[in-house]
Design a protein around this ligand. Structure first.
Ligand SMILES: C[S@@+](CC[C@H](N)C(=O)[O-])C[C@H]1O[C@@H](n2cnc3c(N)ncnc32)[C@H](O)[C@@H]1O
Length: 240
């Protein structure tokens, strides 16, 4: 029992540790990769568990949209603390929290959530692809503290280097990404600018910018840990 609590304390410290990694600035292959992903289509086969999860909520989302509700995604929601808060702040919306970890989604505190929350265990890229095919349009899209994958060779695992990046534009809405790793947010913001400047999408609104996250009430558990360890937090907000 003692060993277990030491291990979980260690995990908490690791999770709140500032990223000091090998990749120090924007990746040199970013532009090439973004352009490639916008000129080819996302063709990965959909994981069966994500297809099943999507099918299970499709009708509920359609009913909600038919009643005039809007749709918000909280992608990579982890324990879904943010999903609950966003749902309270947006009673007009159905807020879908998506995470691939059943363990995180099944935490005890997820059992009492506002009625306008749906939690889905799914792979985000596949889920976004199904949502685009279904014609869903988002009012807002949150991606809060995604796994940073800080090694240079892992650019393709970061969302802006991922083949699914164009799907974010198809889903639309006001996108907000947050991270404690400034390189991630700088790259994400630059990837958005590349898409806009090279006219890879039909139209765009405004200029993506990196901002710091003010130390207000934390939206997520990771944000809380980072704030408690005094780290600077960054975000990029953009209307897609
Ligand atoms: C660093 S945690 C942040 C969780 C939460 N947003 C927070 O701030 O507390 C990243 C989360 O992304 C999830 N995740 C990573 N890649 C994913 C993917 N491809 N599809 C769905 N979830 C993913 C992980 O399971 C994990 O819960």
């Amino acid at each position: 029992m003692l060993a277990k609590s030491n291990a979980s304390q260690q995990r908490a410290v690791q999770a709140s540790r500032k990223i000091t990694d090998a990749q120090l600035g924007v990746h040199q292959n970013l532009e090439r990769l973004v352009v490639k992903h916008f000129t080819t289509s996302f063709q990965k086969p959909i994981a069966q568990h994500t297809q099943d999860a999507f099918d299970a909520i499709k009708k509920q989302v359609a009913t909600s949209l038919a009643k005039g509700h809007t749709l918000i995604f909280d992608s990579c929601c982890g324990t879904a603390m943010s999903t609950g808060i966003i749902a309270q702040q947006n009673p007009q919306a159905l807020v879908v929290g998506i995470d691939r970890s059943a363990v995180r989604l099944s935490k005890e505190y997820n059992k009492s959530k506002p009625n306008n929350v749906l939690l889905v265990q799914a792979e985000c890229a596949d889920f976004w692809s199904l949502a685009v095919a279904e014609g869903w349009k988002l009012e807002k899209h949150y991606i809060l503290y995604p796994n940073p994958y800080p090694k240079s060779k892992h650019l393709k695992r970061r969302w802006h280097g991922h083949a699914a990046f164009p799907l974010l534009f198809s889903l639309g809405g006001e996108l907000e990404l947050r991270s404690n790793w400034s390189v991630y947010v700088n790259e994400f913001c630059l990837a958005l600018k590349i898409v806009v400047d090279k006219n890879l999408v039909e139209k765009s609104n405004g200029e993506p910018r990196v901002q710091t996250v003010e130390p207000v009430t934390p939206l997520t558990l990771f944000e809380k840990k980072y704030q408690q360890s005094g780290q600077s937090l960054y975000r990029c907000k953009f209307r897609l």
